[in-house]
Design a binder for this molecule. Structure first.
Ligand code: AMP
Ligand code: MG
Length: 411
């Protein structure tokens, strides 16, 4: 297939991605943000825990703290006090005694086992334990979650809500993260109209910019939204220059193909440099990458599915790197294809599909009803890409194919 691709000038997607990643670096600058504003941001340095989690042995149940050795005597235990979460019992559980204990309360000195209250007959002064109890039952051990000094998160981690919970539990209130890269975003096209406005004859709503803005925000990036720019060379040129001056990277949609009003690529060539502009992928062949005033520019195709697929497959890895994060690579699974798919060799195909597992746990994938680079309902109905390799042809029903479940910011 190398021949086919060099003939048509299409760059394999793997090479395109590698070129992008090679030519980009993380932006400089850091800031400290409170935890609730940390999701999506990238940690600048590793974080160690200054505490044990849990900080002390505590009860996993509402029950009674006892000495296990006492239970074999099958005698009542004297109730000597109570331990609540946040209000420990100050004394000691000696042989023949017990302490009423609530979930989360520190296990009193001397006790080695918690008996859950369902296994206890209690009166005001004593309890009697029945049923099976094992030594050490229902005690959450100091440090069993995280030990003091343990690394909680590595540098370069993209902070998730689960990470926020972990950091908060370790008493960390703010974290140092990379500065957010500013991404300038613009749509080109005389036909475009802002959602919410009345649609004139021959116009369509600009869906790309809104979707991309949402995706960029979800990735923790700052957006400089330059709106809709008409198919007018000076207007696009001015917008591109402003974008390159004010932002760390520029994303455009439309105007990178070979039509008469496709100025973006031409202008990139004139005002900056094009690195490559045709990728052996479907949808998304007319994707342009280059630099303008030293800033990377990603020229996405106008067709809405193509715009989002190229954004997800090529721009997300690039922006992740600019954020200082690590792009993990596509997460692929194998699934049985339920319907045949037509394909010509020469481009990697990202068909939209919906996968689920059958009763035995095997993955099945069904292509959405209509493929097509303008079929947004198909993208919206999908939960994965069905990835057909560059050199492959048609795929038959029953074949095992590679799928990529959608992840954020697409899923
Ligand atoms: P272009 O790449 O500019 O030739 O556009 C290809 C197709 O995508 C055309 O049908 C455009 O109308 C459509 N298109 C371009 N930009 C957008 C946009 N921002 N939102 C939705 N559709 C678009
Ligand atoms: Mg256009």
């Amino acid at each position: 297939m190398a021949d086919c691709c060099s003939q048509t000038g299409l760059m394999p997607i793997e090479s395109a991605r590698a070129r992008l990643l090679d030519s980009l670096t993380a932006v400089d600058g850091t800031e400290t943000v409170p935890l609730d504003r940390a999701p999506g941001r990238i940690l600048t340095r590793p974080i160690q825990s200054a505490v044990d989690l849990p900080p002390g042995d505590n009860s996993a149940m509402d029950g009674y703290a006892v000495q296990y050795a006492d239970l074999s005597h099958r005698k009542p235990l004297e109730l000597i006090g109570r331990a609540f979460a946040g209000e420990p019992y100050a004394g000691r559980v000696n042989p023949g005694t017990c302490v009423r204990i609530m979930t989360g309360a520190l296990v009193p000195a001397g006790a080695d086992t918690i008996v859950m209250q369902e296994q206890v007959e209690a009166d005001a002064e004593s309890i009697f334990v029945s049923g099976e109890v094992r030594q050490g039952d229902h005690i959450r051990r100091r440090g069993e979650d995280v030990g003091r000094g343990q690394e909680l998160l590595a540098a370069g981690t993209r902070i998730s809500v689960a990470h926020v919970a972990l950091l908060a539990a370790a008493g960390i209130g703010a974290v140092e993260v990379r500065r957010r890269p500013v991404i300038a975003l613009l749509s080109t096209g005389d036909e475009l109209c802002q959602p919410g406005e009345t649609l004139a004859e021959g116009h369509i709503y600009d869906s790309n910019r809104i979707a991309l803005r949402a995706a960029l925000a979800e990735m923790g990036l700052e957006v400089l939204d330059l709106g809709i720019v008409p198919d007018d060379r000076p207007a696009i040129g001015a917008a591109l220059e402003r974008a390159a001056r004010e932002a760390d990277a520029v994303i455009t949609s439309g105007g990178v193909s070979v039509g008469q009003a496709d100025y973006t690529r031409e202008l990139l060539q004139e005002l900056g440099q094009i690195d490559f502009w045709k990728v052996a992928m479907k949808p998304g062949k007319p994707f342009a990458f280059g630099h303008l005033m030293g800033k990377p520019l990603f020229g996405l195709p106008g067709n809405p599915v193509s715009a989002l697929v190229t954004f997800y497959q090529l721009v997300v890895p690039a922006l992740t790197l600019m954020q200082g994060g690590r792009w993990k690579g596509p997460a692929t699974l194998a699934a049985k294809l339920l319907k045949p798919l037509k394909k010509k060799p020469g481009r990697t195909d990202f068909q939209r599909g919906s996968f689920h597992s059958d009763a035995c746990g095997s993955l099945l994938v069904e292509p959405v009803a209509t493929q097509g680079s303008h079929i947004l309902s198909g993208l919206a109905a999908a939960n994965c890409f069905i990835v057909l390799g560059r050199d492959s042809g048609n795929a038959e029903a029953g074949e095992i194919v590679s799928i990529e479940p959608f992840r954020a910011p697409l899923g």
